[in-house]
Ligand binder design. Sequence first.
Ligand code: DX5
Ligand code: ZN
Length: 217
Amino acid sequence: YKDRVIAPSLLAADFSRIREEVTRAIRAGADWMHLDVMDGHFVDNISFGPAVVLAVHESNDIFLDVHLMISRPDHYLDRFLAAGSDMITVHAEADHDVAETLGRIRAAGCKAGLAINPATPIEDAEPFLDKIDLLLCMTVVPGFGGQAFMDEVLPKIEAAAKLREDRGLEFHIEVDGGIDHKTASRCAQAGANVMVAGSSTFGAPDMAQAITAIRQA
Ligand code: DX5
Ligand code: ZN
């Protein structure tokens, strides 16, 4: 949780060439691939489901960081586990027993993440901090790539890092939305180490340079 991790978001890739796009990200220095699953209900957009996660899993070896923006993560969980996810992150705001879902993820040998939206206070995540491998502090309202980073989330990242320290825990703190080398630097200062970046990586003229810039920021 102390090492910087760069996780390009597949949402910003060319969906007609997913395998090539993931390979391009790996060659450019990506540590993890971030896969945004959206159900058109929890968020106002539909992306892809377990079949695409499986296709990525079978085509490359990179660590798959699966972000479930879906209303019933408990209902679909087994399918995302079977698809080869390495980390599954579920939202605190979704309609499920959060502790139970996190427990099921870990019991399956997968890493468990908990996500909170910009408007959700850290208090809502507090009861689960000893049950997670990663806390995702959304830095945009989820649903779409290419949105502007929300500064107001920075104090929450600082609070999460302080709670982690106070309790002797070791979960990663991930940020997602509007991340480029400038905002990554501010997030890292606040205590985040996993940087999800879509537009600023896949959309860059030189992806390797964009990833290096976020890593060194
Ligand atoms: C937002 C998604 C993000 C998104 C980030 O709903 O969870 O992962 O792809 O995209 P950028 O980096 O373009 O803001
Ligand atoms: Zn995401």
